[in-house]
Design a binder for this molecule. Structure first.
Ligand SMILES: Cc1cc2nc3c(=O)[nH]c(=O)nc-3n(C[C@H](O)[C@H](O)[C@H](O)COP(=O)(O)OP(=O)(O)OC[C@H]3O[C@@H](n4cnc5c(N)ncnc54)[C@H](O)[C@@H]3O)c2cc1C
Length: 443
């Protein structure tokens, strides 16, 4: 059964299909919008926004559900997950991507042309959500936002606009990093790069070696060229039979590395880290770009978790010791992961436009903590994740919009400096004077 919205049809919580249409990847919060509209064309998005405007309803947007900032209560949720078409222009080296497509669809379409997009650690994540939040991983090519050439967005007045650096440039600049509150993106055009192979992967070391590894990593990353990206995570893995036996239920240090260059160069750059300890498994080698998920090996099944994060201005010896004190060997904690990502390189380069809404450009590292929200440790998860962030508070500089979850309490405003936040607020007020899209994330 569907309700009688004029167009398009919407599902209420009583309708079959509602639960599937709102389902998030992080299942800690159950989304409960009043209505969900599953858009199957940009015209559906226009119709839904015009209807919501006429009714004075708040509108929220979801593509893959990888980031839920609130339970969406009281809103009309527009799901873009069916807007997942991808077109490649091999001459221009661009991909034109629907508002609900995932990176894996872009990778699959671009690979036969010898091209690759600048995605994050998981290709299951949505292209638009990643780019609107900045999108940090590649020190070689910069942020996801930096790859965007054009955006088609339905604003609160129900108009679908094509915006870029010359057409409505302020809205374009605000979308690229401002994350939320501007409209529903129906299509995005991004740059692709001639990358088919890289030297990369992950190596698992014993958790007990984490003090030596983290201290060595801290010094080693400062020597890396922009072509090399790396992160390191302290993982307390579940006793999952799908994992290789030495990793089941193990406490490990996971070193991740990607180098855009030859295997010889990559191996030479990595050699000092390989010399620190004997790995349980070393899977870093030359690999096709299309296998990029293997580097971080992020989970692909929905699950309830609590996460917390911060950017860091520096990673000193004391900062590493502070991290080890809350997540290192011998610590009893429900944490699944405490992760450090090396930022900088091209991520730090501002694009040549007046306004740059990408938060955290100046940060040197990103710290992320994650704990499971299931019994018997669920009640301890928020405090465990917070303890990691609190331990490195002296080096904290802010945060990245893409890594905000329930711990942010819907408050993203503090992630931008005052001038950038004032710019974003001005653009939001100009395109959405009644606050239709301001239901989440903007306090
Ligand atoms: C396993 C995993 C790995 C990750 N790795 C990285 C990483 O390496 N680097 C990084 O920067 N981030 C990373 N992220 C974070 C990720 O980029 C964000 O969670 C992003 O918002 C996901 O977008 P989505 O569309 O998949 O999720 P959704 O939950 O569907 O969307 C999240 C938000 O994005 C906005 N949005 C999405 N689609 C649209 C649209 N069509 N129009 C308007 N607004 C839209 C909305 O504000 C929405 O609330 C990772 C997340 C996970 C779960």
């Amino acid at each position: 059964m569907t309700t009688s919205l004029t167009a398009p049809a919407a599902l209420t919580p009583l309708d079959t299909g509602y639960a599937a249409a709102v389902a998030p990847f992080v299942t800690t919060t159950t989304p409960r919008p009043d209505l969900v509209v599953e858009a199957r064309s940009p015209a559906d998005v226009v119709a839904a926004v015009r209807w919501a405007g006429g009714e004075g309803r708040a509108v929220t947007v979801q593509a893959t559900g990888h980031q839920l900032l609130s339970d969406l209560a009281g809103s009309v949720l527009i799901s873009t997950r069916h807007l997942d078409q991808v077109r490649i222009d091999p001459e221009a080296r661009t991909a034109t991507v629907g508002g609900g497509a995932r990176w894996q669809q872009v990778i699959a379409a671009a690979t036969p042309h010898g091209l690759a997009p600048i995605c994050g650690s998981s290709s299951h994540v949505g292209v638009v959500g990643f780019c609107l939040g900045g999108g940090q991983l590649s020190r070689a090519f910069g942020t996801g936002a930096d790859q965007v050439r054009r955006v088609r967005v339905v604003t609160a007045d129900g108009v679908e606009r094509d915006v870029d650096d010359t057409r409505e440039p302020e809205l374009f600049a605000a979308l690229l990093g401002g994350k939320t509150g501007f409209g529903v993106v129906t299509e995005i055009e991004i740059a692709l790069h001639p990358v088919t192979r890289l030297y990369g992967g992950g190596a698992f070391f014993p958790g007990e070696a984490s003090p030596q590894l983290l201290h060595a990593w801290r010094a080693w990353v400062t020597t890396l060229p922009d072509e090399s990206s790396s992160s390191v995570a302290l993982l307390r893995l579940p006793p999952d039979p799908s994992l290789p036996p030495p990793l089941q239920g193990a406490f490990v240090t996971h070193l991740r590395f990607a180098h855009l260059g030859t295997a010889e160069e990559g191996a030479a750059i990595l050699a000092p880290m390989r010399a620190v300890a004997t790995p349980i498994a070393d899977m870093i080698d030359e690999m096709p770009f299309a296998a990029i998920d293997a580097i971080h090996a992020d989970p692909t099944d929905p699950m309830p978790i609590w996460d917390d994060s911060t950017t860091l201005g520096a990673l000193t010896v004391d900062a590493v010791d502070a991290l080890l004190a809350v997540a290192g060997p011998g610590v009893e904690t429900p944490l699944i992961m405490a992760e450090l990502r090396h930022l900088g390189g091209a991520i730090a380069h501002r694009p040549p436009r007046e306004h740059d809404a990408v938060a955290g450009r100046d940060a040197a590292f990103h710290l992320y903590a994650l704990a499971p929200m299931f019994p018997p440790v669920a009640a301890m998860a928020p405090a465990a994740a917070r303890s990691v962030i609190d331990a490195l508070r002296p080096w904290a500089t802010g945060g990245l919009p893409n890594f905000q979850g329930p711990a942010a309490g819907g408050r993203l405003g503090a992630l931008w400096d005052g001038a950038t936040l004032a710019f974003l607020t001005g653009v939001r007020e100009s395109y959405d004077p009644d606050g239709m899209f301001r239901a989440v994330g903007l306090r």
